[in-house]
Design a protein around this ligand. Structure first.
Ligand code: SAH
Length: 366
């Protein structure tokens, strides 16, 4: 990418570690500690421009600018605030390919949901992102940049990150792992507060287990039956239920971390008492939480809908009677289409067979 007024490359500083920022300072004739100052502005203060960094000499800031350095090349295409206090940002880096990030404040913590790819190749049949196809992987800068963009609009510190936005994070380990390192080492987040959610790519889960990174791993399971999971998630044809759950057991053994199983609930499809019983059997003895997610409506042309409260309660009761820890995701940000893939889908019109809930004008970039 090129700057508007020169043919120099745009060089985002977000995504670089303190050691690399020191090298840049030294390369421009400054002392190393200027790199530490840059890191502090970027990662501790979520500063979005060099002009704000008033304790850096103006000559150094000008030099950075003339060398093509910017804090980040992310542009906010749209910012929406929901009636229940959820913020959603739609971002791009000038190439017009948008991705989304969500800020989720709770009473006891602030969390955010980040994207790892633009679009997704996994083609889960219930997912707005999956229905729209795949564009590209996000860079480390774009992943960390989402966190910082959200932190700059958050009144409180964001202490939790979940990779449950657009994309399959384990298909982009090349950008994801450095981004996690920066979130941990530069920004100071606990690895235990970083959740990576996956469709269940066995080789990549094994790689994470080998790295012994104490992050939180979540598997989108959605049914204990191969026949049903295969209809929901094409990945199941490659790595079926028994194999992927065994891999989660091995991951737990290698890292000592409790794992999460996400379980989408679709009415009369995967919410039957039989599947609740089989699910309890499947995860028996494994320290884990099952997170129930009532289906967020996407027009899949399958006629799928969210189950009634009674059906969700009945499913949960069967799990709990078998001593499984259960949580339930409370839907928030409904009025700003905060659920996975929805807002970007509205902008690009790329909803596959699904359709946007309502049309959105593309806001001017700032
Ligand atoms: N690719 C990763 C992370 C992104 S999706 C994964 O699949 O885990 C994050 C979570 O949202 C997954 O559990 C996914 O199955 C779920 N999800 C996607 N579309 C949904 C929908 N329409 N309703 C409810 N949950 C959905």
């Amino acid at each position: 990418m090129r700057t508007a007024d020169s043919d120099k490359e745009v060089r985002p500083l977000v995504g670089l570690r303190t050691a690399e920022l020191r090298q840049i300072a030294i390369g421009l004739g400054e002392r190393a500690f200027r790199g530490d100052q840059l890191a502090k502005w970027i990662y501790s203060k979520a500063s979005t421009s060099l002009e704000q960094m008033h304790d850096l000499p103006i000559a150094f800031r000008d030099r950075l600018t003339s060398e093509g350095f910017v804090v980040s090349d992310l542009i906010v295409a749209d910012h929406r605030h929901s009636s229940d206090d959820v913020d959603k940002l739609l971002l791009h880096n000038g190439d017009g390919q948008v991705f989304e990030s969500v800020l989720l404040p709770y009473a006891d913590r602030v969390s955010c949901c980040l994207s790892s790819q633009i679009g997704c190749p996994m083609a889960c049949t219930f997912c707005a992102t999956g229905l729209g196809g795949f564009d590209r992987n996000l860079s480390t800068c774009e992943i960390v940049g989402q966190y910082l963009a959200l932190q700059s609009i958050s009144k409180r510190r964001i202490g939790h990150v979940v990779f449950m936005g657009m994309g399959e994070p384990l298909l982009n380990l090349k950008s994801l792992l450095p981004a996690i390192e920066i979130l941990h080492e530069e920004i100071g987040l606990s690895l235990r507060h970083i959740t990576v959610s996956t469709v269940g790519l066995v080789p990549q889960i094994r790689e994470l287990a080998r790295l012994k990174m104490p992050i939180h791993l979540a598997l989108s399971l959605h049914s204990p039956l191969d026949e049903i999971r295969g209809r929901l998630m094409p990945v199941n044809h490659k790595w079926p239920v028994a194999e992927v759950v065994q891999t989660m057991r091995d991951y737990h053994r290698a890292t000592g971390r409790k794992v999460t199983f996400e379980y989408l609930l679709i009415d009369q499809m995967n919410d039957t008492p039989e599947q609740a019983r089989l699910l309890a059997e499947l995860v028996k003895g494994l320290p884990c939480v099952v997170n129930l997610i009532p289906f967020n409506y996407v027009d899949t042309e399958n006629g799928w809908k969210r189950p009634s409260r009674d059906r969700v309660r009945a499913f949960r009761a069967i799990l709990e009677s078998r001593k499984v820890n259960v949580t339930e995701r409370v839907e928030r940000g409904h009025d700003i289409a905060a659920a996975c893939g929805q807002l970007a889908g509205q902008h690009t019109g790329r909803f596959g067979r699904g359709r946007p809930l309502s049309p959105l004008p593309l806001a001017p970039s700032s």
